[in-house]
Design a protein. Structure first.
Length: 86
């Protein structure tokens, strides 16, 4: 007989300082937030994402893709560049 859990209780989310004390990197926290979002916990994932960027700010680590919620063009944009008129 298998049981299905409809809603699991989330543990309290640590602060950026607590993650730093544990030795967890900002990239690891961001990875956790992506996994939590995939499980359907969007508000918790957003909190973890913000915590990851705060941890990156505290530790001086730079993420490749800039500030939170800021889109950039992809690195593999191979389109031909248009020449500027002189």
């Amino acid at each position: 007989m298998s049981r299905s859990i409809t809603h699991a209780v989330m543990a309290p989310i640590l602060t950026a300082a607590e993650f730093q004390q544990q030795g967890t990197t900002a990239a690891q926290v961001l990875s956790i937030s992506k996994a939590v979002r995939a499980l359907g916990y969007h508000s918790e994932a957003e909190t973890l994402r913000d915590t990851a960027f705060e941890l990156a700010r505290i530790t001086g680590v730079r993420f490749r893709y800039g500030a939170p919620r800021q889109r950039r063009s992809p690195a593999n944009d191979n389109r031909r560049r248009m020449r500027r008129a002189v």
